[in-house]
Design a protein. Sequence first.
Length: 605
Amino acid sequence: MAAKAAAAPVAELTGPLAGLKEKFGEAVKPGDFEGVVINHDRLVEVATYIRDELGYDYLTSVTGVDYLAQNEMEVVYHVLNTRAGGAPLVFKARTPRENAVVPSLITVWPGADFQEREAWDLLGIKFEGHPYLKRILMWEGFSGHPLRKDWKEAYYEQDVKPFDSRWPGGHHRRAEDRVPYADNVNFPADFDPTVYTAQADAAVYERFKNYEVDERGQFVPKEAVKDENGNGKFQEYLETDELVVNLGPQHPSTHGVFRMVVALDGEKIMHLEPVMGYLHRNHEKIGERNTYIQNMPFTDRLDYLSSMSNNFGYALAVEKLMKVTPPERAEYIRVIMAELTRICNHVWAIGFLLNDLGAFFTPALYAIEERELILDLFEAVSGSRMMCNYFRFGGVARDLPVGWLETCRELVFNRLPKKVDELDYFLSENEIIRARCEGSGVLTGDDAVKYSTAGPVLRASGVAYDVRRAEPYSIYERFEFDVAVRNHGDVYDRYLIRLDEVRQSLRILQQALNQIPEKGEIQAGKKQYSARVPAGQAYGRVEGPKGELGFYVVSDGTANPYRYHIRAPSFINLTALGPMSVGQKIADAVIILGSIDIVLGETDR
């Protein structure tokens, strides 16, 4: 890449951005995008001002871009005002590649925790001041940072698709065969498996060493507690052994290859550390190698229960760059698919939460029956029940088949409202559900914002933030619906809010089915396999079933995205899992995780 992808003229600063320039002078500069570039030496100071004075209390996305030709790394932040709504405020910090260091913003927005670790892991950007800057998706000891442009992946000699012939001069010799230990079985010569301790495990367990033995032989916190005179004084503690246990990665409660390292005092959780990455396949690296349209089916594999919503978010980001608006009928079809997906996701989440509570599969089968009827509709329109690959830039892949709308109307107007009421009737007042869920895994509204949680997790804590209302996309401003909110922030409210949201989705669907044009185009612009996306950058976001799903795309004008990043709600919502679990019983960790509702395809990417 000879020049930066976003080669647009420097934008004029307006609104809150102009105020930043006025207050901080040369530390804040306009960029070639709708935002500002902040001198990294004053990043924490300016970020604190953005949060406290401008009201952008919520950090939604942190990622990086490697500009190899300019020998520069760029850290990109998107922040939101949860009270006023509107578009995200975007700011960046730049640093040389050789020593890529910027200050951590974890003290300003604790939700930066996992996202900064991901940027370090995949791009090699160090966040100075981060208390635990370890790899999060790759393993400790992994060589290199895979999203850097000069990092080459085995098997692939070329950076982007479509590849030239793999056998230009005779039989192809795979890259895996040209490196030591190609079969991943032979140990290095200096490696002794009998004495080896995994670096990743050692780093995790180190965080649990919070106690020490004092001169009296008692277990005490490492930091002495001050008495009223300011003198160091140890608290009295019952002598007990702290037990560290692993839930997962092969455990039915984690719903996939996910691990919770838990420190226990008896059955009480003292600390919980999520460990992920077991399903990581470097989705973003693949996305930067693919052409734009090749990424559409790849989005299906993120949250594989919500493929239509995944398609939606990616399509919006690329359409912003292409300045394409889908036709009227296509917009209605998109909204219908997205809301059917939300219902699918929520009834599935409720069913499996009940599984975690011990009601093995009977409630889940009630939910799965309704989900299967919706998947029938998806199969009829796209040819697939789960990996739909249905959206296209500027519309959808194909029109609705004959009779599809009539089947959908029967489901939306008659069957589903009754079934939702039935689920509510049988479950919501069940004494076991209430006893286990009420007061468990409480997350306050302030903490929900602080840890950057999204979707039902955020709204169950009393924060009425929904992208469909805060920054309406597609045609959502045409529909009447309420932002579902609950106020206790516990597992029970996270269950109830999904019932509430199913009912609101039915309201939207009923309006959309009544308003959809009978005929019309379903695709804007020229129909072609691969479009040249103009140079620039865009952030497209939707209110997915699990929260804000965002796609940050940087184009350099070629056939492949220069940068392709996913703001994955399943991943970021886990930032709050540890704080929610401390003080709870070990059995409660299972239902707290279930109430967050993660999918590992999206968590690990």
